[in-house]
Design a protein around this ligand. Structure first.
Ligand code: KET
Length: 457
């Protein structure tokens, strides 16, 4: 509430005030509309304070809903039983219920038995987690790890780790730009904008082939000024579900190396693309094996289902152990005033799962199960659409895409129709999360897509 102090002559006191009483202490109060007027009298003059109901935050406009997480909010508000949430990339069971992995429950039981405490972690996070996460990413016997060239700092999942990497770029590479794929995960641009790191886009998706615009991608990476950071999705590109082939990765590495660029990998789906942790890290490992310096943000939201635990890591693979040590010290310095130190629970779960061979094997089996369920609904969705749609349109791109999502090619109006008419909640770029789809709902979804595609322009 803002206040304004007015000093006015007695005869100017508002005649419209609904009540006005000035007592012996020469003070009074009146209500006028939504405002409170306070009076005090001295030497024949009345001074009046007006407390106006105008917020100091008047200048802050309403923010739009988040393009991804806002979809879940809208979904929750819909009371229709047929509703389907294909917005956020979060794994659901065939019954469309959230899923806590058995290995996670087992790791948590271990933690309870041990009576682990809740002391602060060091700024860089849990040592056992940092070791496990770098090994999972690069392979335990990677020379970069042996030579201590990897600076790993536990981060607040993928997003927080990317944000930390962005802060490092902003501080130590002023003016450097980040190249981002077009399209990309909606939050990438926000992350670099908020860190004040300029970015521009490289071509990635070709709507004509519903595939990778490899030529365009290479041209744009080549055209960027030397020393540009190139943001790459390690596997299961979000939102397109289209990844470069191993041969294309080699060519991408060639250009990045020639131009002295710095690759910055976002690895949010390790294990979710192919079902294999090693295969899904092949892109990152290829760059590291060439001796290149690489940044990698990791997330355990999807592959270990630890969405709300906010567990991930920022890794900088450097060409010497000395520079890795210096980089790590600066990552810690950036983290300390942002969030001080990271949460321990998810870090212990990951460390226990990766560090206990029986649990590690069980995790791989559960991940294959999750990736397998998504592959099954992908196939069923394709079968349903292609048998129902008599127009001759080729829907085979659904099968070619990998990971949690299908990039349907539906435009904003068509996506709106999916939600408004069919109660199918999805992002406006036409992405659907197959992780939120069941076999039982494939026919319904096929009807919704066919209607939206053919009947809405
Ligand atoms: N990178 C990519 C490519 C990504 O898709 C996500 C999450 C993240 C990083 C970060 O996830 P975190 O939970 O911070 O580790 N994507 C899903 C959820 C979201 O938008 O936050 C999504 O695209 O639906």
């Amino acid at each position: 509430m803002a206040s304004a102090v007015l000093s006015i002559a007695t005869q100017c006191v508002s005649p419209n005030a609904s009540s006005l009483s000035i007592n012996e202490t020469h003070k009074g109060k009146a209500k006028l509309g939504g405002s409170t007027l306070r009076f005090s009298k001295s030497s024949g003059r009345i001074s009046m304070t007006v407390a106006v109901n105008v917020s100091r935050f008047e200048g802050i406009p309403m923010a739009p809903p988040d393009p991804i997480l806002g979809v879940s909010e809208a979904f929750r508000a819909d009371t229709n039983d047929v509703k389907l949430n294909l917005g956020v990339g979060a794994y659901r069971t065939e019954e469309l219920q959230p899923y806590v992995l058995n290995v996670v429950k087992k790791a948590e039981n271990l933690m309870l038995e041990r009576g682990d405490n809740k002391e602060y972690l060091p700024i860089e996070g849990l040592a056992a987690f940092n070791k496990a996460t770098a090994e999972l990413l690069l392979g335990a016997d990677n020379p970069a790890i042996k030579e201590q060239r990897v600076a790993t700092v536990q981060g607040l999942s993928g997003t927080g780790s990317l944000r930390l990497g962005a802060a490092l770029i902003e501080r130590y590479f002023p003016g450097s730009k980040v190249l981002i794929s077009a399209p990309t995960w909606g939050n990438h641009k926000n992350i670099f904008n908020d860190a004040r790191v300029p970015w521009s886009e490289y071509r990635y998706y070709d709507p004509r082939t519903v595939g990778l615009d490899f030529e365009g991608m290479i041209e744009d990476i080549k055209a960027a000024p030397e020393g540009t950071f190139v943001l790459l999705h390690g596997c299961a590109h979000n939102p397109t579900g289209i990844d470069p082939t191993p041969e294309q990765w080699e060519k991408i590495a060639d250009v990045i190396q020639q131009k002295n660029h710095i690759p910055f990998f976002d690895v949010a789906y390790q294990g979710f693309a192919s079902g294999s942790l090693d295969e899904d890290a092949a892109s990152v490992r290829l760059f590291v094996a060439r001796g290149m310096e690489v940044l990698v943000a990791q997330s355990y939201s999807k592959n270990l289902g630890l969405y709300a635990e906010r567990i991930g890591a920022m890794n900088v693979i450097s060409s010497s152990s000395e520079s890795a040590t210096r980089v790590k010290s600066q990552l810690k310095r950036l983290a300390r005033p942002m969030y001080s130190n990271p949460p321990v629970h998810g870090a212990r779960i990951v460390a226990n799962v990766v560090g206990t061979p029986v649990l590690f094997d069980e995790w791989k089996a559960e991940m294959e199960m999750m990736a397998g369920r998504i592959k099954n609904v992908r196939q069923k969705l394709y079968d349903s659409i292609s048998s129902k749609d008599k127009s001759g349109k080729d829907w085979s791109f659904i099968l070619k895409q990998i990971g949690m999502f299908s990039y349907t090619g539906l435009n904003k109006n068509q996506s709106d129709n999916m939600t408004n008419k069919w109660h199918v909640y999805m992002t406006k770029d036409g992405r659907i999360s197959l992780a939120g789809l069941s076999l039982a709902k494939c026919e319904y979804l096929a009807d919704a897509i066919i209607d939206s595609y053919h009947n809405v322009s």
